[in-house]
Design a protein around this ligand. Structure first.
Ligand code: SAM
Ligand code: SF4
Length: 427
């Protein structure tokens, strides 16, 4: 989500203020920091990074420094109090106002702060994307109304709002006309997507997926992230369409009903298992990944073992896992947290080792198989090679001519490495 937002900031400033990107901060007239406050660590990094840029501002007083994203939304003018050399503070919902905020900061020499939540106006203000890849993100909804007890997102990104379908389809058609072949529909909870079309007909994510799949040139679709609660039968049935990648990221957080209740996830473990079983009746070999929080306040050994049991039952592929981080203004931050940090770390290590073992097994089982891969770019390590992703989200490197970038190829997997695969071109 932040990657997508950052690319929109670049599009806005390059298109509307004729700026160019530089990788050298000492050359810049404007430096923007997009931030995340989902856990404490990324939030602290914000102030360290700002401190590193402070001397640049001393050397070049006309330099404008802006902070966007969820830390900006959460902290507002506190950012300026703690780092007075910052000129602009904007939230995830006001990044389209950046050019005007930049002009104001230059003209007045005063800080420009706007972290409000205007109702989804930003998408109609974005210019066409400047840089595109064969695979593109397209945001379909914003914010979250689930209020899990540990999470800052409803406070920092606002409540769920869905983009009108025509606007989304239009953006995707334009991307497809420019050669984009894979679309990744984005939102904090894409399956909460609810919007009326031009004729007043209500659409949900399953309806939107059908419309996206009908667009000429779009050959692979992904969506992220989903919540098990609104993972409906309709959405599961959408996987009958082979344009949907054979991969699903469906965060579960914990395998213990007691902890899920404390997390206010609003479903039980059984619901999660039932959703995956139904999905596997349509796609038996689909890869499932998840997010896990370990060491939630009050998590016992027995609760944690239930998470381990769930991992063994589902056979999760590459997943994300975090130690619980208390966040401001969330109910979980006030819960009694009596699990020692060393214990949390040891649980995290055990969980991550098990997930790696599963995902390595999946990678090994792919050796000798044929995989359809969208070629996205030159390989990082060897510029004679190409790199693309399999349906189950693994990077594959292989020898091939550069004019294949942007097309789908069939590859035979020859080797499974810890973070990627190697393969041979079949056609
Ligand atoms: N909407 C998605 C869902 O419901 O699963 C998740 C979005 S959240 C931005 C991404 C992940 O960050 C969560 O799934 C959770 O595992 C992790 N996360 C959120 N708050 C956290 C916290 N306070 N401490 C540790 N991890 C957290
Ligand atoms: Fe945060 Fe996801 Fe829960 Fe929303 S559903 S509050 S984004 S963890």
């Amino acid at each position: 989500m932040n990657e997508y937002d950052s690319s929109k900031m670049v599009d806005m400033m390059c298109t509307k203020r004729n700026m160019q990107l530089t990788k050298d901060p000492s050359e810049a007239d404007l430096i923007l920091l997009n931030t995340c406050s989902i856990r404490e660590k990324p939030q602290e990094k914000v102030f360290h990074q700002l401190g590193r840029w402070k001397p640049l501002k001393k050397k070049k007083p006309e330099l404008i420094i802006g902070v966007g994203g969820c830390v900006a939304s959460q902290e507002g003018e506190n950012i300026i109090k703690r780092a007075p050399y910052v000129d602009i503070v904007f939230g995830p919902q006001t990044l389209h106002r950046l050019p005007k905020m930049y002009d104001d900061a230059v003209k007045t020499n005063l800080p420009s702060i706007d972290t409000s939540f205007p109702k989804i106006e930003k998408f109609s203000k974005f210019p066409d994307a400047i840089n595109i890849n064969p695979s593109a993100f397209v945001s379909i909804m914003e914010g979250c109304s689930k209020f899990c007890s540990f999470c800052v997102v409803p406070n920092t990104r606002g409540l769920e709002v869905s983009r009108p379908p025509e606007q989304i389809l239009n953006e995707i058609k334009k991307l497809a006309d420019r050669g984009v072949r894979e679309i990744n529909l984005l939102g904090q909870n894409v399956n909460a997507y609810r919007a009326k079309d031009f004729h007043g007909i209500k659409l949900c994510l399953a309806d939107l997926l059908h419309l996206v799949a009908d667009i000429d040139g779009v050959d692979r679709i992904r969506f992220t992230t989903s919540h098990p609660l609104q993972f409906t039968d309709d959405l599961i049935n959408s996987f009958e369409n082979r344009k949907l990648a054979n991969y699903l990221h469906l965060p579960v957080q914990s395998g213990s009903d007691r902890i899920l209740k404390l997390m206010e996830r609003k479903h039980k473990v059984e619901r999660y298992i039932d959703r995956i079983e139904k999905l596997r009746s349509i796609r038996p070999d689909i890869s499932i990944s998840s997010d896990f929080i370990v060491g939630f306040p009050g998590e016992t050994d027995a609760d944690f073992e239930e998470t381990i049991d769930l991992i063994n039952k589902i056979g999760f592929d590459q997943s994300y896992s975090f130690i619980f981080s208390p966040r401001p203004n969330t109910p979980a931050a006030d819960m009694v947290d009596d699990v020692p940090y060393e214990e949390k770390l040891s649980r995290l290590n055990k969980l991550q080792a098990l997930i790696s073992q599963n995902s390595n097994k999946i990678s090994q089982s792919m050796i000798g198989t044929k995989q359809s891969v969208l070629v996205e770019k030159q390989s990082k390590k060897n510029t004679d090679q190409l790199a693309g992703r399999t349906e189950n989200n693994r990077w594959v490197n292989f020898d091939g001519p550069h004019d294949l970038i942007g097309s789908f190829v069939n590859l035979s997997v020859t080797e499974a490495l810890p973070n990627s695969l190697r393969a041979r071109l079949i056609n």
